[in-house]
Design a protein around this ligand. Structure first.
Ligand code: SF4
Length: 113
């Protein structure tokens, strides 16, 4: 009777999907690099309105890219993001009136915006 006990243990539950797993998305796992050219920022705050989880207007009136690496004396901010954040980051970049937010495909280096 105890021989079968181990067979019933921990079967993966079929039909139950983990929340953010996109089974059919061939590009899942792609990474992108956001490059923010801070000196050109005029503090219009469009980015912060669109994606407050990434953009914040700070004391000098310009935006900061939350969690980004600060390069070249804080003039360039760089942040790697996942596929899941690409759409909102693209919206923020497109909303910026002075186009100082850019996004590159991390693997190919191709600039998306
Ligand atoms: S939208 Fe552009 S100009 Fe406005 S705060 Fe953001 S980065 Fe700066």
């Amino acid at each position: 009777m105890t021989e079968h006990e181990h067979e019933a243990v921990q079967q993966p539950v079929q039909g139950q999907k983990p929340e953010h797993k996109e089974e059919s998305a061939p590009v899942a796992g792609k990474r992108y690099k956001v490059i923010f050219e801070r000196p050109g920022c005029i503090g219009a705050a469009a980015c912060a309105a669109v994606a407050p989880q990434f953009w914040e207007i700070v004391s000098d009136g310009k935006a900061d890219l939350t969690g980004a690496k600060r390069l070249q004396n804080n003039e360039i901010h760089e942040l790697e993001i996942d596929e899941k954040d690409l759409a909102v980051m693209k919206d923020a970049a497109e909303a910026c009136p002075v186009t100082v937010i850019h996004i590159e495909d991390k693997k190919t280096g191709k600039r998306i915006i």
